[in-house]
Design a binder for this molecule. Structure first.
Ligand SMILES: O=C(O)C(=O)C[C@H](O)C(=O)CO
Ligand SMILES: [Zn+2]
Length: 279
């Protein structure tokens, strides 16, 4: 598992493009027939891409987390960004259509992933997983795409009209730390999360998907008064430490999975600032 050690905002001004990308951008998370994982020491979040083809893939443990099973002291949220597939948790099969979200609670032992419809427009199932340490076991629960709490945000006039789906959150599927959902930009809107915010209580990760192969999202990061950018492609993720802005503009339409973990689970606990204060 790739290790990404935690960084301070003081490190950012000294980083060139390659180092910013090495620290905060996660590329190549999805490889056919493989489980790939990254451990960020920011709130000890694990990001994984699980891409079964033909035979199912099991999520085993990793030496870095020192446990017999992956979920011995962890929980996870999983969103399928590809064609329909299944996640089987200790013998119980859950069908995940594209965009659906499964919460897996602490204590699960055998968790396996399968693609069941690889021939459709979305290709084989591609499962994106975000995990954080968990102190207790909440029930494993599926939320179908679009069935969480929906918020309509932004305006077409400011090119940021979008639908935000909250799946794992305080008023929805319960968890110890993980908060997770999917936001999709409306046709013609390109900006996400603008006006932007930070939340010093939580690390957040974005996985951009449904972006055409030749398009990119220019993702803003860094402290609001010392911003930098990452150029991000389809199915690439960004690690956003608690002190970092996370907002982006696409050169084409896109969606993204957002997920957080840390001190609290209060979605609206954000430190907002005016666009005119960005530097
Ligand atoms: O479109 C948005 O705005 C978002 O999706 C915001 C993220 O959910 C977020 O940053 C939550 O803290
Ligand atoms: Zn945020």
């Amino acid at each position: 598992m790739d290790q990404r050690y935690a960084t301070s905002p003081d490190n950012v001004p000294g980083m060139d493009t390659a180092e910013l990308r090495r620290r905060y951008l996660v590329q190549d998370l999805f490889a056919p027939g493989e489980v790939r994982a990254v451990y960020t020491h920011h709130d000890r979040v694990v990001l994984a891409g699980i891409s079964p083809v033909g035979t199912p893939l099991e999520l085993g443990t990793f030496p870095e987390i020192r446990s017999e099973h992956f979920f011995d002291h962890r929980e996870a949220g999983i969103v399928n960004v590809g064609g329909t597939g299944t996640v089987t948790v200790d013998g119980v099969e859950h069908v995940l259509t594209k965009g659906s979200c499964l919460y897996v609670g602490r204590g699960a032992q055998v968790v396996s992933f399968a693609a069941t419809d690889a021939d459709g427009d979305d290709g084989a199932a591609s499962f994106y997983l975000i995990s954080a340490p968990a102190h207790t076991a909440y029930p494993t629960t599926l939320v179908e795409a679009g069935q969480g709490t929906q918020r309509e945000l932004g305006d077409a006039l400011t090119s940021n009209r979008r639908t935000l789906n909250q799946y794992i959150h305080e008023q929805g599927v319960r968890s110890c730390q993980v908060v997770m959902g999917v936001t999709r930009l409306h046709p013609g809107s390109m900006w996400n999360t603008m006006p932007a915010h930070t939340h010093d209580r939580r690390t957040e990760c974005y996985l951009y998907f449904d972006l055409p192969a030749d398009a990119r999202v220019i993702h803003l990061m860094g402290e609001p008064t010392e911003s930098r950018h990452l150029v991000v492609g389809d199915r690439e993720a960004v690690i956003s430490p608690s002190w970092s802005v996370h907002s982006g503009v696409g050169s084409a339409s896109y969606a993204f999975v957002w997920a957080m973990a840390g001190e609290n689970q209060s979605f609206d606990d954000m430190d907002g600032f005016a666009i005119s204060d960005l530097r």
